[in-house]
Write a protein that binds this ligand. Sequence first.
Ligand code: BJ8
Length: 436
Amino acid sequence: MEKSDRVGSASGGKDYRPMWKELGLNLEAHDQLLNVLGQAYKDIYMKQENRPKGMQYLDFVISEAHGLRIEELMETKKKGNKVVGTFCVYVPEELILAVGGTCVGLCAGAEIGIDEAEKVLPRNTCALIKSFMGFKLAGLCPYIQASDLVVGETTCDGKKKAYEILNDYKETYVMEIPQMKTERDRTLWRGEIVQFKEKVEQLTGRNITVENLRQGIKIANDKRLALQRLSRLRKATPPPISGLDALLVNQIAFYDDPLRFTKSVNDLCDELEDRIKKGIGVTKNGTPRILVSGSPMAVPNWKVPYIIETSGAIVVAEESCVGERSTRDLVKEDGNTLDEMIDAITDRYMKIDCACFTPNLERIDHILELAKEFKVDGVVHYSIQFCTPYTVEAHKVEKALQQKGIPMLKIETDYGMEDMGQLKTRIEAFLEIVKK
Ligand code: BJ8
């Protein structure tokens, strides 16, 4: 990709409308989406001061998220490769990469399209589910249109029931995710991975072999290692990158080309290391350091970190699937047979501590570890409105943090902007407590 100065594919540059039309998008509604996204990006991202130069690549990727990136996907499809759309970090990307496929995240973080979603889903469904459903029904998402296979999973009730409806509009393959972590659950999950491997082989007409799976595992691990490196650098005081920028990197990880993305994140990390050596940061020393924990934030869901960072604090880590939860564990690379490799994949994914599991004590331990390692002054627990798993689990998180004397603020919100003022007041009041 070459550098561009555009924000939002709707403004200037190459005309992608023929491609969007061919993909079956609703051009008028899609233009509106890009305009809203472009404006939000300018207001939230481009107004930040002292951003690392390496963020220019990410600015460009976001500007071409519906343009050049989709064109790349269409090109790879012409060569016989497949695009697989997913909604959850449980879907093993390694198997898709092994056969030259591309994995793209389909979760959405915008309110536009929700009216359409509410025609088929109850109003009290979480905004993430309504958003991806709305994007499909309103013809807004080129990624789902470009996908040769869409993969859902039995995580929360809202998602698994929504996939039944989504299947009426786009065929959706569903993986069964266990609810607990006993040996029996591991066996079930391993069986699901083997079945998914067969599905991917059938879709692509290519066999998954020891050689190509080794390659797939390496590509996915390298991406995670780059993101882990970025995360570690945020432990510095002052942090060399804002929470908003780091969140964006984690969001883009779900749809950029993995090799190019990994290289760009490592380049960004080189720059951040240099900043740390020179004592350059994005905030002054003494700025409250916040851990955001909870439901995932898909593009363009930037509301809560934006409010935190414009209220005098900095987000230093995200305990979320768009953050630490999806990057901290690697697949062991020492397998020599397909069976060993499938075992390694099974074990890696069984470690994910999503609130859909019960009990889910690993998540609590992990939040406490992050709070300590990143020297956080407070935790903002974020749940998407009507997300039962994270909203309920917030109680146990708060109790564990209280015992360690770490203040926590519980936030439950949707993708709308109506509560911006109210949230800002609550976050500012919380930061006053944190500063004491
Ligand atoms: S592994 S967090 S990506 S399921 S926000 S739809 S949980 S009601 S997104 Fe998730 Fe996989 Fe878990 Fe991660 Fe349901 Fe909650 Fe909505 Fe959610």
